[in-house]
Design a binder for this molecule. Structure first.
Ligand SMILES: Cc1cc2nc3c(=O)[nH]c(=O)nc-3n(C[C@H](O)[C@H](O)[C@H](O)COP(=O)(O)OP(=O)(O)OC[C@H]3O[C@@H](n4cnc5c(N)ncnc54)[C@H](O)[C@@H]3O)c2cc1C
Length: 467
């Protein structure tokens, strides 16, 4: 018998390899794809995350149209919208792919029982992870892993590969479509030319993976640390909004016949994403609470001026400033520079990692509820598997080490174009007549350093020791 099935899209804005959609497809079933903008539950995307999401929704709608379907967009509380819509269209089932934030899990569980009470089938699937966060457990404790390496080893032993579904040719439409609100407009940010580097949506995700595997993955194990090179996949915002499944990335990477070191390293980065989701699932307060409790007593400084200088990319440390300006201009920051900039905020300025996490959440196109918080806790040294607190990145050494020619730094800090080598990363060490000759005036054309590195380092070590 023909049925009406609602597929509730959430963070899985794709048609390919989408288990909830796939389960609804069966020639006779009419499928009603819906997205609900629910401001009431879960952490709301920041400005850049929302920009990406809204672009992606438009792409999803187009992709659905080319299969004979369309996206129904509604605003409101999902627990109100979904049962009402189900009743309205006479749905016999509602399918969706799972999310792992505690308040979303609680809401979804309540929706499931509400639907079931009304005689409507409700089922959720794993559409965004290689493994469910409860699936990979430590043999010794029986609980979740606290350290990445054994976690990932256990994942690999279970096998990363699974079957994939392609984009369906056709999605049967209902005889009558329910009403839809207009899809959200993205105009407020569309004037930013620097966002043209991105292609939100499923096609963009597929193209980014193809480009990476055919041209850029060679040497990934080493080159991934060089911010001037196109050496990483740039898949993070696509993964964040589920425009591609990690299973597809695994399958295509394995099929691409890549040098073992590079392929293994790349897949292990997806492993960090899995690990972060496992941490979030088992520690719902990941964005607010240090996983190592003793860090709650840390004497953070309240320094609004320094925080503003960091956000604007005006700390006087060129590699930090380049990263913070890349973030503002493009909604992205290279991973190596994220570590340097985050370390600078936490250790040089002693500003609470949660402040930095919130700023990244606002500004990153890939701002992710698991990856962002877990990474900030890692840099702060308060996470489960954290960098030791005494690892304090020296921005004057990290610059020349990872951006030796200064190409990345000068892209975002062009006022220092005339400098090179170590001086580029510590302009205050240059002779004043040399700076004069290239029209650089510290404190005027480029800021003086807002803290002295050695003093800040000693202060950080002292503060961390106090724990
Ligand atoms: C302070 C800080 C904040 C971060 N915030 C985020 C965030 O909000 N969202 C986010 O996706 N990543 C975050 N990262 C991790 C990492 O910087 C980005 O995933 C990476 O830079 C994305 O670029 P890429 O897709 O080219 O990465 P690639 O090197 O091509 O990696 C492939 C994929 O693996 C995953 N990945 C890579 N590194 C990590 C990592 N350290 N932790 C978890 N997953 C990882 C991402 O999904 C990425 O797309 C953060 C890192 C730091 C240090």
């Amino acid at each position: 018998m023909s049925q009406h099935i609602i597929v509730w899209f959430r963070q899985d804005l794709r048609l390919n390899d989408n288990p909830a959609l796939q389960s609804a497809l069966n020639g006779k079933n009419a499928v009603i794809p819906v997205f609900i903008d629910d401001n009431d539950c879960g952490r709301q995307p920041g400005i850049m995350g929302r920009w990406w999401r809204d672009k992606s929704l438009a792409q999803l709608n187009d992709a659905l149209k080319s299969c004979g379907s369309r996206l129904i967009f509604r605003k409101g509380r999902a627990q109100d919208v979904l049962p009402t819509l189900a009743k309205q269209v006479g749905a016999t089932a509602v399918y969706w792919n799972r999310q792992y934030e505690a308040d979303i899990v609680a809401r979804d569980t309540a929706i499931k029982s509400k639907l079931k009470d009304s005689g409507i089938e409700a089922e959720s699937f794993n559409g965004s992870l290689l493994f469910e966060p409860w699936e990979v457990t430590s043999k010794s404790t029986g609980g979740p892993f606290k350290v990445f390496t054994p976690f990932w080893r256990a994942c690999c032993a279970l096998g990363l590969k699974r079957g994939l579904w392609n984009v369906p040719d056709k999605i049967t439409a209902p005889a009558q479509w329910p009403q839809s609100d207009a899809l959200p407009a993205t105009a407020p940010l569309d004037h930013m030319d620097s966002l043209n580097i991105w292609q939100p949506g499923e096609d963009g995700a597929r193209d980014a993976l193809a480009l990476f595997l055919s041209e850029n993955i060679s040497g990934y194990a080493e080159r991934r640390n060089l911010p001037a090179e196109p050496a990483t996949s740039r898949l993070s915002p696509h993964l964040r909004w589920g425009e591609i499944s990690p299973a597809r990335i695994v399958a295509e990477t394995e099929a691409a016949n890549i040098k073992t070191d590079d392929g293994t390293k790349f897949l292990s980065e997806l492993g960090w994403r899995e690990f972060s989701y496992q941490l979030l699932y088992h520690n719902p307060e990941l964005a607010e609470t240090c996983l190592q409790n003793k860090f709650e007593a840390f004497p953070w400084r309240n320094d609004a001026d320094a925080f503003e200088a960091w956000k604007r990319g005006e700390t006087g440390y060129p590699i930090v400033d380049a990263g913070m300006r890349e973030l503002r201009r493009t909604g992205y920051m290279h991973n190596r520079v994220r570590m340097i900039a985050a370390s600078f905020l936490i250790k040089h300025l002693l500003i609470d990692w949660r402040e930095g996490e919130k700023w990244f959440w606002e500004c990153l196109v890939d701002a992710d509820p698991a990856n962002n918080s877990a990474s900030w806790q890692w840099v702060a040294g308060c996470g489960a598997d954290a960098a030791p607190y005494f690892r304090i990145f020296n921005p004057m050494l990290q610059g020349p080490k990872f951006d030796a020619d200064g190409i990345y730094t000068k892209t975002y800090v062009p006022e220092l174009n005339a400098l090179s080598g170590k001086t580029l990363y510590a302009p205050w060490t240059a002779k004043s007549d040399m700076l004069d000759s290239v029209a650089i005036s510290l404190g005027d054309t480029y800021p003086n350093p807002i803290v002295n590195h050695e003093a800040a380092r000693a202060r950080a070590l002292e503060s961390f020791k106090s724990l």
